[in-house]
Write a protein of this length. Structure first.
Length: 613
Protein backbone atom coordinates (compact mmCIF):
# COMPACT_ATOMS: atom_id res chain seq x y z
CA UNK A 1 0.00 0.00 0.00
CA UNK A 2 2.90 2.40 0.62
CA UNK A 3 4.16 2.00 -2.96
CA UNK A 4 0.72 2.63 -4.36
CA UNK A 5 0.29 5.78 -2.35
CA UNK A 6 3.56 7.18 -3.51
CA UNK A 7 2.64 6.59 -7.11
CA UNK A 8 -0.65 8.28 -6.61
CA UNK A 9 1.03 11.32 -5.16
CA UNK A 10 3.34 11.46 -8.07
CA UNK A 11 0.40 11.24 -10.50
CA UNK A 12 -1.32 14.05 -8.73
CA UNK A 13 1.78 16.13 -8.86
CA UNK A 14 2.18 15.44 -12.54
CA UNK A 15 -1.37 16.25 -13.18
CA UNK A 16 -0.94 19.57 -11.55
CA UNK A 17 2.12 20.09 -13.58
CA UNK A 18 0.26 19.15 -16.69
CA UNK A 19 -2.51 21.42 -15.75
CA UNK A 20 -0.04 24.11 -14.94
CA UNK A 21 1.74 23.51 -18.19
CA UNK A 22 -1.57 23.36 -19.98
CA UNK A 23 -2.09 26.87 -19.16
CA UNK A 24 0.93 27.45 -21.19
CA UNK A 25 0.46 24.65 -23.81
CA UNK A 26 -2.77 22.79 -24.72
CA UNK A 27 -2.29 18.98 -25.43
CA UNK A 28 -3.45 17.33 -28.55
CA UNK A 29 -6.73 15.22 -28.67
CA UNK A 30 -4.96 11.84 -28.78
CA UNK A 31 -2.96 12.83 -25.80
CA UNK A 32 -6.08 13.76 -23.92
CA UNK A 33 -7.65 10.38 -24.66
CA UNK A 34 -4.52 8.61 -23.40
CA UNK A 35 -4.63 10.56 -20.17
CA UNK A 36 -8.25 9.68 -19.56
CA UNK A 37 -7.54 5.96 -20.05
CA UNK A 38 -4.57 6.23 -17.68
CA UNK A 39 -6.69 7.81 -14.94
CA UNK A 40 -9.39 5.12 -15.23
CA UNK A 41 -6.80 2.37 -15.00
CA UNK A 42 -5.28 3.85 -11.86
CA UNK A 43 -8.71 4.17 -10.25
CA UNK A 44 -9.54 0.49 -10.93
CA UNK A 45 -6.18 -0.63 -9.50
CA UNK A 46 -6.73 1.46 -6.39
CA UNK A 47 -10.21 -0.01 -5.77
CA UNK A 48 -8.88 -3.55 -6.23
CA UNK A 49 -6.11 -2.93 -3.71
CA UNK A 50 -8.63 -1.63 -1.13
CA UNK A 51 -10.88 -4.67 -1.64
CA UNK A 52 -7.99 -7.12 -1.26
CA UNK A 53 -6.84 -5.35 1.87
CA UNK A 54 -10.31 -5.84 3.51
CA UNK A 55 -10.35 -9.57 2.64
CA UNK A 56 -6.92 -10.04 4.24
CA UNK A 57 -8.14 -8.47 7.51
CA UNK A 58 -11.12 -10.84 7.70
CA UNK A 59 -8.90 -13.86 7.15
CA UNK A 60 -6.59 -12.75 9.97
CA UNK A 61 -9.47 -12.44 12.43
CA UNK A 62 -11.00 -15.88 11.64
CA UNK A 63 -7.77 -17.90 11.40
CA UNK A 64 -5.15 -17.42 14.12
CA UNK A 65 -1.55 -17.62 13.13
CA UNK A 66 -0.28 -21.16 12.72
CA UNK A 67 2.56 -22.70 14.71
CA UNK A 68 5.93 -22.82 13.20
CA UNK A 69 5.88 -26.60 13.15
CA UNK A 70 2.62 -26.56 11.20
CA UNK A 71 3.72 -23.82 8.90
CA UNK A 72 6.85 -25.60 7.85
CA UNK A 73 5.50 -28.89 6.66
CA UNK A 74 8.82 -29.76 5.17
CA UNK A 75 10.69 -29.65 8.52
CA UNK A 76 12.11 -32.96 9.92
CA UNK A 77 10.69 -34.58 13.18
CA UNK A 78 12.63 -33.94 16.37
CA UNK A 79 14.07 -37.08 18.00
CA UNK A 80 13.63 -37.42 21.86
CA UNK A 81 16.74 -38.10 23.83
CA UNK A 82 16.99 -41.63 25.36
CA UNK A 83 16.06 -41.82 29.11
CA UNK A 84 17.28 -44.47 31.58
CA UNK A 85 13.69 -45.33 32.80
CA UNK A 86 11.29 -47.27 30.55
CA UNK A 87 8.33 -44.96 31.34
CA UNK A 88 7.48 -41.58 32.74
CA UNK A 89 7.73 -41.13 36.54
CA UNK A 90 4.56 -41.31 38.65
CA UNK A 91 2.75 -38.32 40.03
CA UNK A 92 4.58 -38.19 43.37
CA UNK A 93 7.98 -38.44 41.72
CA UNK A 94 7.17 -35.77 39.18
CA UNK A 95 5.90 -33.45 41.89
CA UNK A 96 9.00 -34.13 43.95
CA UNK A 97 11.19 -33.27 40.94
CA UNK A 98 9.40 -29.97 40.50
CA UNK A 99 9.77 -29.04 44.17
CA UNK A 100 13.20 -28.06 45.36
CA UNK A 101 14.48 -31.02 47.40
CA UNK A 102 17.68 -32.67 48.34
CA UNK A 103 16.30 -36.24 47.87
CA UNK A 104 17.08 -38.12 44.78
CA UNK A 105 14.60 -40.07 42.73
CA UNK A 106 15.90 -43.37 44.11
CA UNK A 107 15.24 -42.18 47.69
CA UNK A 108 11.71 -41.32 46.72
CA UNK A 109 11.25 -44.79 45.24
CA UNK A 110 12.55 -46.45 48.45
CA UNK A 111 10.18 -44.37 50.57
CA UNK A 112 7.28 -45.38 48.42
CA UNK A 113 8.28 -49.06 48.69
CA UNK A 114 8.38 -48.86 52.51
CA UNK A 115 4.89 -47.38 52.57
CA UNK A 116 3.57 -50.16 50.41
CA UNK A 117 5.20 -52.77 52.64
CA UNK A 118 3.66 -51.22 55.80
CA UNK A 119 0.22 -51.25 54.25
CA UNK A 120 0.66 -54.88 53.27
CA UNK A 121 1.67 -55.87 56.82
CA UNK A 122 -1.31 -53.98 58.26
CA UNK A 123 -3.68 -55.87 55.97
CA UNK A 124 -2.10 -59.18 57.06
CA UNK A 125 -2.53 -58.32 60.76
CA UNK A 126 -6.13 -57.23 60.23
CA UNK A 127 -6.92 -60.45 58.39
CA UNK A 128 -5.34 -62.54 61.17
CA UNK A 129 -7.36 -60.65 63.80
CA UNK A 130 -10.56 -61.28 61.87
CA UNK A 131 -9.79 -64.99 61.55
CA UNK A 132 -9.04 -65.33 65.27
CA UNK A 133 -12.21 -63.45 66.15
CA UNK A 134 -14.31 -65.75 64.00
CA UNK A 135 -12.63 -68.94 65.20
CA UNK A 136 -12.36 -68.13 68.93
CA UNK A 137 -14.35 -65.01 69.79
CA UNK A 138 -17.65 -65.85 68.14
CA UNK A 139 -18.02 -69.25 69.88
CA UNK A 140 -17.23 -67.64 73.22
CA UNK A 141 -19.81 -64.90 72.65
CA UNK A 142 -22.40 -67.45 71.55
CA UNK A 143 -21.77 -69.62 74.60
CA UNK A 144 -21.92 -66.64 76.94
CA UNK A 145 -25.13 -65.33 75.39
CA UNK A 146 -26.64 -68.79 75.43
CA UNK A 147 -25.75 -69.34 79.04
CA UNK A 148 -27.09 -65.93 80.02
CA UNK A 149 -30.37 -66.51 78.22
CA UNK A 150 -30.75 -69.94 79.82
CA UNK A 151 -30.07 -68.66 83.31
CA UNK A 152 -31.91 -65.37 83.33
CA UNK A 153 -35.05 -66.43 81.48
CA UNK A 154 -37.88 -68.49 82.88
CA UNK A 155 -38.40 -71.90 81.28
CA UNK A 156 -42.08 -71.04 81.12
CA UNK A 157 -43.69 -68.02 79.51
CA UNK A 158 -45.15 -65.61 82.08
CA UNK A 159 -48.84 -65.05 82.44
CA UNK A 160 -49.80 -62.35 79.98
CA UNK A 161 -52.90 -60.18 79.89
CA UNK A 162 -53.79 -61.63 76.52
CA UNK A 163 -53.64 -65.22 77.71
CA UNK A 164 -56.93 -66.99 77.07
CA UNK A 165 -59.46 -67.52 79.82
CA UNK A 166 -62.60 -69.64 79.90
CA UNK A 167 -65.58 -67.90 78.32
CA UNK A 168 -67.62 -65.99 80.87
CA UNK A 169 -70.89 -66.33 79.00
CA UNK A 170 -73.01 -69.47 79.05
CA UNK A 171 -75.35 -70.91 76.47
CA UNK A 172 -78.72 -72.07 77.78
CA UNK A 173 -79.67 -73.87 74.59
CA UNK A 174 -82.64 -72.91 72.46
CA UNK A 175 -84.14 -70.42 74.91
CA UNK A 176 -86.50 -68.75 75.43
CA UNK A 177 -89.05 -71.27 74.19
CA UNK A 178 -92.73 -70.74 73.46
CA UNK A 179 -95.49 -72.89 74.89
CA UNK A 180 -96.90 -73.24 71.40
CA UNK A 181 -93.79 -75.23 70.42
CA UNK A 182 -94.27 -77.78 73.19
CA UNK A 183 -94.69 -81.43 72.31
CA UNK A 184 -96.80 -82.12 75.38
CA UNK A 185 -97.96 -80.11 78.40
CA UNK A 186 -99.58 -80.90 81.74
CA UNK A 187 -99.83 -84.65 81.27
CA UNK A 188 -100.62 -85.02 84.97
CA UNK A 189 -100.80 -88.44 86.52
CA UNK A 190 -102.07 -86.80 89.71
CA UNK A 191 -104.02 -83.57 89.48
CA UNK A 192 -104.92 -81.17 92.33
CA UNK A 193 -104.68 -83.74 95.08
CA UNK A 194 -105.21 -82.04 98.45
CA UNK A 195 -102.22 -82.11 100.75
CA UNK A 196 -103.21 -80.14 103.81
CA UNK A 197 -103.74 -76.51 102.85
CA UNK A 198 -102.13 -76.93 99.42
CA UNK A 199 -102.59 -79.10 96.35
CA UNK A 200 -100.27 -81.60 94.69
CA UNK A 201 -99.94 -82.50 91.01
CA UNK A 202 -97.56 -85.05 89.49
CA UNK A 203 -96.41 -86.03 86.01
CA UNK A 204 -93.61 -87.92 84.26
CA UNK A 205 -91.92 -87.44 80.90
CA UNK A 206 -89.40 -89.49 78.95
CA UNK A 207 -86.61 -87.44 77.38
CA UNK A 208 -84.25 -88.78 74.69
CA UNK A 209 -80.55 -88.43 75.57
CA UNK A 210 -79.00 -88.77 72.12
CA UNK A 211 -78.85 -84.95 71.94
CA UNK A 212 -78.82 -82.12 74.42
CA UNK A 213 -80.93 -82.45 77.56
CA UNK A 214 -82.24 -79.35 79.32
CA UNK A 215 -84.36 -78.36 82.31
CA UNK A 216 -85.38 -74.73 82.09
CA UNK A 217 -88.01 -72.23 83.14
CA UNK A 218 -89.29 -68.75 82.44
CA UNK A 219 -89.00 -67.81 86.13
CA UNK A 220 -86.80 -64.74 86.47
CA UNK A 221 -86.20 -61.84 88.81
CA UNK A 222 -85.32 -59.33 86.10
CA UNK A 223 -88.51 -57.29 86.56
CA UNK A 224 -89.31 -57.85 90.24
CA UNK A 225 -86.90 -59.25 92.80
CA UNK A 226 -89.74 -60.31 95.13
CA UNK A 227 -91.26 -62.39 92.34
CA UNK A 228 -88.65 -65.09 92.82
CA UNK A 229 -89.55 -65.50 96.49
CA UNK A 230 -92.89 -67.02 95.50
CA UNK A 231 -91.09 -69.92 93.86
CA UNK A 232 -88.91 -72.59 95.36
CA UNK A 233 -87.87 -76.05 94.39
CA UNK A 234 -85.33 -78.82 94.33
CA UNK A 235 -83.65 -80.71 91.52
CA UNK A 236 -82.17 -84.18 91.84
CA UNK A 237 -80.14 -85.71 88.99
CA UNK A 238 -79.04 -89.33 89.32
CA UNK A 239 -78.39 -92.49 87.31
CA UNK A 240 -81.33 -94.80 86.78
CA UNK A 241 -80.81 -98.18 88.38
CA UNK A 242 -83.00 -99.80 85.75
CA UNK A 243 -80.61 -100.46 82.86
CA UNK A 244 -83.51 -101.41 80.59
CA UNK A 245 -84.79 -97.84 80.33
CA UNK A 246 -83.14 -96.21 77.26
CA UNK A 247 -84.33 -92.63 77.85
CA UNK A 248 -84.07 -90.10 80.58
CA UNK A 249 -87.01 -89.98 82.97
CA UNK A 250 -88.21 -86.65 84.38
CA UNK A 251 -90.59 -86.80 87.33
CA UNK A 252 -92.23 -83.52 88.46
CA UNK A 253 -94.16 -82.94 91.67
CA UNK A 254 -95.80 -79.51 91.89
CA UNK A 255 -97.22 -78.05 95.10
CA UNK A 256 -99.51 -75.07 94.51
CA UNK A 257 -101.59 -72.96 96.86
CA UNK A 258 -104.73 -72.97 94.71
CA UNK A 259 -106.30 -74.90 91.87
CA UNK A 260 -106.37 -71.77 89.76
CA UNK A 261 -102.61 -71.37 90.18
CA UNK A 262 -102.10 -75.01 89.24
CA UNK A 263 -104.15 -74.57 86.08
CA UNK A 264 -102.20 -71.41 85.14
CA UNK A 265 -98.87 -73.22 85.44
CA UNK A 266 -97.70 -75.31 82.50
CA UNK A 267 -95.12 -78.08 82.70
CA UNK A 268 -94.21 -79.04 79.15
CA UNK A 269 -92.07 -81.53 77.29
CA UNK A 270 -90.07 -79.71 74.63
CA UNK A 271 -88.18 -81.04 71.64
CA UNK A 272 -85.80 -78.90 69.60
CA UNK A 273 -83.47 -79.57 66.75
CA UNK A 274 -80.58 -80.28 69.11
CA UNK A 275 -82.42 -82.28 71.77
CA UNK A 276 -85.25 -82.14 74.26
CA UNK A 277 -86.15 -81.50 77.85
CA UNK A 278 -88.52 -79.99 80.38
CA UNK A 279 -89.72 -76.39 80.49
CA UNK A 280 -91.71 -74.74 83.29
CA UNK A 281 -94.05 -71.91 82.30
CA UNK A 282 -95.14 -70.07 85.46
CA UNK A 283 -97.68 -67.23 85.49
CA UNK A 284 -96.34 -63.71 85.83
CA UNK A 285 -99.29 -62.06 87.66
CA UNK A 286 -99.07 -63.71 91.07
CA UNK A 287 -100.69 -62.44 94.23
CA UNK A 288 -98.96 -62.29 97.57
CA UNK A 289 -100.73 -65.44 98.75
CA UNK A 290 -99.70 -67.48 95.69
CA UNK A 291 -96.83 -69.92 95.89
CA UNK A 292 -95.32 -72.72 93.81
CA UNK A 293 -93.00 -75.50 94.97
CA UNK A 294 -91.42 -77.90 92.46
CA UNK A 295 -89.61 -81.17 93.12
CA UNK A 296 -87.95 -82.41 89.94
CA UNK A 297 -86.06 -85.68 89.56
CA UNK A 298 -84.06 -86.52 86.42
CA UNK A 299 -82.91 -90.13 86.06
CA UNK A 300 -80.31 -90.64 83.34
CA UNK A 301 -79.99 -94.00 81.59
CA UNK A 302 -76.85 -96.10 81.62
CA UNK A 303 -75.27 -98.61 79.29
CA UNK A 304 -74.69 -102.21 80.18
CA UNK A 305 -70.92 -102.30 79.63
CA UNK A 306 -69.53 -98.87 78.69
CA UNK A 307 -70.19 -95.35 79.97
CA UNK A 308 -72.98 -93.41 78.32
CA UNK A 309 -71.95 -90.09 76.84
CA UNK A 310 -74.53 -87.31 76.67
CA UNK A 311 -73.62 -84.35 74.45
CA UNK A 312 -75.01 -81.66 76.75
CA UNK A 313 -76.92 -81.22 80.01
CA UNK A 314 -78.28 -77.79 80.93
CA UNK A 315 -80.14 -77.22 84.18
CA UNK A 316 -81.05 -73.56 84.64
CA UNK A 317 -83.56 -73.37 87.48
CA UNK A 318 -83.39 -70.21 89.62
CA UNK A 319 -84.20 -70.49 93.33
CA UNK A 320 -83.82 -74.29 93.15
CA UNK A 321 -81.53 -76.46 95.19
CA UNK A 322 -79.48 -78.48 92.67
CA UNK A 323 -78.21 -81.88 93.74
CA UNK A 324 -76.23 -84.10 91.37
CA UNK A 325 -75.40 -87.54 92.65
CA UNK A 326 -72.44 -89.55 91.44
CA UNK A 327 -72.90 -89.66 87.70
CA UNK A 328 -69.53 -90.98 86.61
CA UNK A 329 -68.33 -93.37 85.42
CA UNK A 330 -71.75 -94.56 84.22
CA UNK A 331 -72.56 -91.25 82.49
CA UNK A 332 -70.21 -88.64 81.04
CA UNK A 333 -70.90 -85.35 79.29
CA UNK A 334 -69.37 -83.16 76.66
CA UNK A 335 -70.76 -80.02 78.29
CA UNK A 336 -72.76 -79.24 81.42
CA UNK A 337 -74.27 -75.92 82.56
CA UNK A 338 -75.81 -75.75 86.02
CA UNK A 339 -77.20 -73.01 88.21
CA UNK A 340 -79.44 -69.99 88.33
CA UNK A 341 -80.14 -67.03 90.57
CA UNK A 342 -79.99 -68.05 94.23
CA UNK A 343 -79.59 -71.68 93.19
CA UNK A 344 -77.18 -73.71 95.28
CA UNK A 345 -75.33 -76.45 93.39
CA UNK A 346 -74.01 -79.64 95.02
CA UNK A 347 -72.25 -82.21 92.85
CA UNK A 348 -71.17 -85.54 94.26
CA UNK A 349 -69.15 -86.56 91.20
CA UNK A 350 -69.27 -85.43 87.59
CA UNK A 351 -67.12 -86.00 84.51
CA UNK A 352 -67.34 -83.70 81.49
CA UNK A 353 -65.20 -81.99 78.92
CA UNK A 354 -66.56 -78.58 79.95
CA UNK A 355 -68.38 -77.68 83.17
CA UNK A 356 -69.96 -74.31 83.99
CA UNK A 357 -71.72 -73.59 87.26
CA UNK A 358 -73.10 -70.11 87.97
CA UNK A 359 -75.13 -69.30 91.04
CA UNK A 360 -75.59 -65.96 92.76
CA UNK A 361 -75.89 -65.84 96.55
CA UNK A 362 -75.67 -69.63 96.73
CA UNK A 363 -72.90 -72.09 97.46
CA UNK A 364 -71.14 -74.23 94.86
CA UNK A 365 -69.77 -77.51 96.15
CA UNK A 366 -68.72 -80.69 94.45
CA UNK A 367 -66.23 -82.89 92.68
CA UNK A 368 -65.54 -82.20 89.02
CA UNK A 369 -63.45 -84.00 86.42
CA UNK A 370 -62.92 -81.90 83.30
CA UNK A 371 -60.66 -82.05 80.26
CA UNK A 372 -61.21 -78.66 78.60
CA UNK A 373 -62.46 -76.07 81.08
CA UNK A 374 -64.30 -75.50 84.32
CA UNK A 375 -65.94 -72.28 85.41
CA UNK A 376 -67.37 -71.94 88.92
CA UNK A 377 -68.80 -68.52 89.70
CA UNK A 378 -71.02 -67.11 92.43
CA UNK A 379 -71.16 -64.11 94.77
CA UNK A 380 -71.61 -63.74 98.51
CA UNK A 381 -71.34 -67.51 98.81
CA UNK A 382 -68.43 -69.94 99.13
CA UNK A 383 -66.94 -72.24 96.53
CA UNK A 384 -65.77 -75.63 97.81
CA UNK A 385 -64.59 -77.89 95.02
CA UNK A 386 -62.39 -80.85 94.32
CA UNK A 387 -61.29 -80.56 90.72
CA UNK A 388 -59.43 -83.03 88.51
CA UNK A 389 -57.97 -81.33 85.44
CA UNK A 390 -57.05 -83.60 82.53
CA UNK A 391 -54.90 -82.49 79.62
CA UNK A 392 -53.80 -84.49 76.58
CA UNK A 393 -51.22 -81.97 75.36
CA UNK A 394 -53.22 -80.74 72.36
CA UNK A 395 -54.45 -77.56 74.04
CA UNK A 396 -54.61 -75.88 77.45
CA UNK A 397 -57.08 -76.78 80.17
CA UNK A 398 -58.74 -73.83 81.90
CA UNK A 399 -60.00 -73.31 85.41
CA UNK A 400 -61.85 -70.20 86.56
CA UNK A 401 -63.06 -69.73 90.14
CA UNK A 402 -64.69 -66.47 91.18
CA UNK A 403 -66.75 -65.27 94.11
CA UNK A 404 -66.92 -62.29 96.42
CA UNK A 405 -67.31 -61.64 100.11
CA UNK A 406 -66.88 -65.36 100.69
CA UNK A 407 -64.12 -67.93 100.58
CA UNK A 408 -62.74 -70.29 97.97
CA UNK A 409 -61.42 -73.73 98.86
CA UNK A 410 -60.25 -75.82 95.94
CA UNK A 411 -58.18 -79.00 95.76
CA UNK A 412 -56.82 -79.43 92.24
CA UNK A 413 -55.27 -82.58 90.81
CA UNK A 414 -53.40 -82.36 87.51
CA UNK A 415 -53.46 -85.27 85.05
CA UNK A 416 -50.93 -84.99 82.21
CA UNK A 417 -49.89 -87.60 79.63
CA UNK A 418 -46.54 -89.30 79.80
CA UNK A 419 -43.91 -87.80 77.50
CA UNK A 420 -42.59 -90.26 74.92
CA UNK A 421 -39.43 -88.46 73.74
CA UNK A 422 -37.51 -86.03 75.87
CA UNK A 423 -33.93 -85.01 75.10
CA UNK A 424 -33.88 -82.60 77.99
CA UNK A 425 -33.09 -85.17 80.66
CA UNK A 426 -31.16 -87.65 78.53
CA UNK A 427 -28.25 -85.48 77.45
CA UNK A 428 -26.00 -83.21 79.45
CA UNK A 429 -24.77 -80.75 76.86
CA UNK A 430 -25.93 -77.16 76.67
CA UNK A 431 -28.23 -77.56 73.69
CA UNK A 432 -30.62 -74.75 74.56
CA UNK A 433 -33.91 -74.74 76.41
CA UNK A 434 -36.05 -77.87 76.22
CA UNK A 435 -39.22 -77.97 74.17
CA UNK A 436 -42.26 -76.59 75.98
CA UNK A 437 -44.16 -79.14 78.03
CA UNK A 438 -47.12 -80.68 76.33
CA UNK A 439 -49.64 -80.31 79.17
CA UNK A 440 -50.70 -76.73 79.86
CA UNK A 441 -53.03 -75.63 82.65
CA UNK A 442 -54.35 -72.08 82.99
CA UNK A 443 -56.06 -71.20 86.25
CA UNK A 444 -57.64 -68.10 87.73
CA UNK A 445 -59.07 -67.64 91.23
CA UNK A 446 -60.50 -64.44 92.67
CA UNK A 447 -62.41 -63.29 95.73
CA UNK A 448 -62.43 -60.43 98.22
CA UNK A 449 -62.87 -60.00 101.95
CA UNK A 450 -62.50 -63.75 102.49
CA UNK A 451 -59.79 -66.42 102.48
CA UNK A 452 -58.70 -68.07 99.26
CA UNK A 453 -57.10 -71.52 99.48
CA UNK A 454 -56.01 -73.53 96.47
CA UNK A 455 -54.02 -76.79 96.71
CA UNK A 456 -52.38 -78.08 93.53
CA UNK A 457 -50.98 -81.60 93.18
CA UNK A 458 -50.06 -83.93 90.35
CA UNK A 459 -51.59 -87.36 90.06
CA UNK A 460 -49.31 -90.23 91.03
CA UNK A 461 -48.99 -91.43 87.44
CA UNK A 462 -48.73 -87.94 85.96
CA UNK A 463 -45.45 -86.25 84.99
CA UNK A 464 -44.70 -82.63 85.79
CA UNK A 465 -46.86 -80.13 83.96
CA UNK A 466 -47.02 -76.39 83.45
CA UNK A 467 -49.73 -74.96 85.69
CA UNK A 468 -50.28 -71.22 85.36
CA UNK A 469 -52.08 -69.67 88.29
CA UNK A 470 -53.33 -66.18 89.03
CA UNK A 471 -54.80 -65.69 92.50
CA UNK A 472 -56.27 -62.29 93.40
CA UNK A 473 -57.66 -61.36 96.77
CA UNK A 474 -58.52 -58.13 98.56
CA UNK A 475 -58.72 -57.89 102.34
CA UNK A 476 -58.23 -61.62 102.75
CA UNK A 477 -55.56 -64.29 103.02
CA UNK A 478 -54.63 -66.36 100.02
CA UNK A 479 -52.73 -69.61 100.12
CA UNK A 480 -51.73 -71.77 97.18
CA UNK A 481 -50.08 -75.12 97.96
CA UNK A 482 -47.91 -76.78 95.33
CA UNK A 483 -46.46 -80.27 95.23
CA UNK A 484 -42.91 -81.21 94.27
CA UNK A 485 -43.77 -81.81 90.61
CA UNK A 486 -45.06 -78.32 90.07
CA UNK A 487 -43.23 -76.38 87.37
CA UNK A 488 -44.83 -73.18 86.19
CA UNK A 489 -45.54 -69.55 86.90
CA UNK A 490 -47.48 -67.88 89.66
CA UNK A 491 -48.94 -64.42 90.18
CA UNK A 492 -50.35 -63.61 93.61
CA UNK A 493 -51.87 -60.22 94.41
CA UNK A 494 -53.19 -58.59 97.56
CA UNK A 495 -54.37 -55.06 98.28
CA UNK A 496 -53.25 -54.21 101.82
CA UNK A 497 -50.64 -56.77 102.81
CA UNK A 498 -46.94 -57.44 102.48
CA UNK A 499 -45.85 -59.95 99.85
CA UNK A 500 -43.39 -62.63 100.96
CA UNK A 501 -41.59 -65.58 99.40
CA UNK A 502 -41.01 -68.37 101.90
CA UNK A 503 -39.60 -71.88 102.15
CA UNK A 504 -40.19 -74.09 105.17
CA UNK A 505 -39.90 -77.64 106.42
CA UNK A 506 -43.51 -78.63 105.85
CA UNK A 507 -45.06 -79.21 109.26
CA UNK A 508 -43.95 -76.40 111.53
CA UNK A 509 -44.77 -73.64 109.06
CA UNK A 510 -48.13 -75.19 108.21
CA UNK A 511 -49.16 -75.20 111.86
CA UNK A 512 -48.02 -71.65 112.41
CA UNK A 513 -49.51 -70.36 109.20
CA UNK A 514 -52.90 -71.98 109.61
CA UNK A 515 -53.34 -70.88 113.20
CA UNK A 516 -54.68 -67.38 113.69
CA UNK A 517 -54.14 -67.51 117.43
CA UNK A 518 -50.41 -68.20 117.48
CA UNK A 519 -47.84 -65.70 118.61
CA UNK A 520 -45.98 -65.38 115.34
CA UNK A 521 -46.81 -62.98 112.56
CA UNK A 522 -47.70 -65.75 110.09
CA UNK A 523 -45.11 -64.52 107.71
CA UNK A 524 -41.82 -64.50 109.58
CA UNK A 525 -38.86 -66.72 108.93
CA UNK A 526 -38.61 -69.90 110.94
CA UNK A 527 -35.47 -71.77 111.92
CA UNK A 528 -35.76 -74.00 108.89
CA UNK A 529 -37.25 -71.50 106.49
CA UNK A 530 -36.11 -68.60 104.41
CA UNK A 531 -38.17 -65.53 103.72
CA UNK A 532 -37.76 -62.83 101.11
CA UNK A 533 -40.16 -59.93 101.19
CA UNK A 534 -40.49 -56.95 98.96
CA UNK A 535 -39.78 -54.19 101.48
CA UNK A 536 -37.36 -56.21 103.59
CA UNK A 537 -35.46 -59.45 103.25
CA UNK A 538 -34.45 -62.16 105.68
CA UNK A 539 -32.88 -65.54 104.96
CA UNK A 540 -31.83 -68.47 107.06
CA UNK A 541 -31.51 -71.85 105.41
CA UNK A 542 -31.42 -71.93 101.63
CA UNK A 543 -28.91 -69.12 101.06
CA UNK A 544 -30.87 -67.00 98.57
CA UNK A 545 -29.67 -63.67 97.26
CA UNK A 546 -32.19 -60.85 97.10
CA UNK A 547 -32.21 -57.46 95.40
CA UNK A 548 -35.03 -54.97 95.84
CA UNK A 549 -36.90 -54.26 92.63
CA UNK A 550 -35.24 -57.20 90.88
CA UNK A 551 -36.03 -60.67 89.66
CA UNK A 552 -34.71 -63.09 92.25
CA UNK A 553 -33.85 -66.75 91.93
CA UNK A 554 -33.28 -68.92 94.96
CA UNK A 555 -32.31 -72.57 94.79
CA UNK A 556 -34.25 -74.59 97.29
CA UNK A 557 -33.05 -77.48 99.43
CA UNK A 558 -34.72 -80.87 99.29
CA UNK A 559 -37.50 -79.63 101.54
CA UNK A 560 -41.09 -78.54 100.98
CA UNK A 561 -41.35 -74.98 99.72
CA UNK A 562 -43.83 -72.15 99.78
CA UNK A 563 -44.30 -68.82 98.15
CA UNK A 564 -46.64 -66.60 100.11
CA UNK A 565 -47.83 -63.19 101.09
CA UNK A 566 -49.46 -62.16 104.30
CA UNK A 567 -52.63 -62.44 102.31
CA UNK A 568 -51.27 -64.64 99.52
CA UNK A 569 -49.11 -67.75 99.65
CA UNK A 570 -47.80 -70.56 97.55
CA UNK A 571 -46.55 -73.74 99.22
CA UNK A 572 -45.50 -77.32 98.63
CA UNK A 573 -46.33 -80.40 100.64
CA UNK A 574 -43.76 -82.91 99.37
CA UNK A 575 -39.99 -82.96 99.07
CA UNK A 576 -38.81 -81.55 95.78
CA UNK A 577 -35.89 -82.84 93.69
CA UNK A 578 -32.44 -81.35 93.99
CA UNK A 579 -31.81 -78.30 91.86
CA UNK A 580 -35.34 -77.02 92.21
CA UNK A 581 -35.51 -73.25 92.41
CA UNK A 582 -37.99 -70.47 92.92
CA UNK A 583 -37.70 -67.24 90.97
CA UNK A 584 -39.94 -64.26 91.58
CA UNK A 585 -40.22 -60.66 90.53
CA UNK A 586 -40.77 -57.94 93.14
CA UNK A 587 -43.29 -55.98 91.13
CA UNK A 588 -44.74 -54.09 94.09
CA UNK A 589 -45.08 -54.57 97.85
CA UNK A 590 -48.43 -56.27 97.26
CA UNK A 591 -47.67 -58.41 94.20
CA UNK A 592 -45.23 -61.20 93.45
CA UNK A 593 -44.78 -62.86 90.09
CA UNK A 594 -42.41 -65.70 89.36
CA UNK A 595 -41.92 -69.36 88.58
CA UNK A 596 -40.97 -72.59 90.33
CA UNK A 597 -39.05 -75.48 88.81
CA UNK A 598 -35.66 -76.83 87.81
CA UNK A 599 -33.77 -74.31 85.64
CA UNK A 600 -31.80 -75.37 82.59
CA UNK A 601 -28.46 -74.56 84.18
CA UNK A 602 -29.05 -77.17 86.92
CA UNK A 603 -29.01 -80.14 84.61
CA UNK A 604 -25.34 -80.84 85.27
CA UNK A 605 -25.57 -80.13 88.99
CA UNK A 606 -24.23 -76.58 88.93
CA UNK A 607 -25.64 -73.96 91.26
CA UNK A 608 -26.07 -70.47 89.96
CA UNK A 609 -27.85 -67.34 91.11
CA UNK A 610 -28.93 -64.57 88.79
CA UNK A 611 -29.96 -61.08 89.80
CA UNK A 612 -31.77 -59.42 86.95
CA UNK A 613 -32.66 -55.75 87.33
Amino acid sequence: MGGHGSGGAESGSGRCELSHSQSHQRPSPPARSLLRNLHATQLIVLLAMILLDGIDKNDDEQHPPKLVAEASSSSLPVARAHTPTPSLPDYEASQAQLRPTTQSYSDIQKKRTRRRRCRKYFIYVLAAYFVLTVVIGVPLIVMKTKRKSVVTSSPYPPWEDNDPLPPKTIQLGDTPLLISAAKSCNAWNVKDRPDGAIYVSELEYHVPVNGSVFLNTNITYATNTSYLNQFTGSLLVAVNDDVTVPDGVVHVTMHHTSKHLGHATNVCLMETGSGGGLYLFAPQNLSISDGLIFNITLLLPQNHTSPLNIPSLTCHLPHFQHTYQQLDPQVTFNSVVFGGAMAGVFVESLQAQSATVKASSAEIRGKFKVTTQINLETVSAPINAQIDLYNDGDGPTFMHLATGNSGINANITLHAPQTTNSTYDSDSDEDGPPPPPGAQFYSYAETFNAPLNVAVAHADDSPKASFKLRAINNLGKTRVSLDSKYEGTFDVVTMFAQADVLTWDGTQFDDNYDSDGDNDDDGSSQATSSTSSSPSTSTSSSDPDVSDGAKIRMFLPSLPTTTSTSGDSTSSAAAQPAGRCLEYDLISPSEIRGWVGVPHDRRNGSSMLVLQP
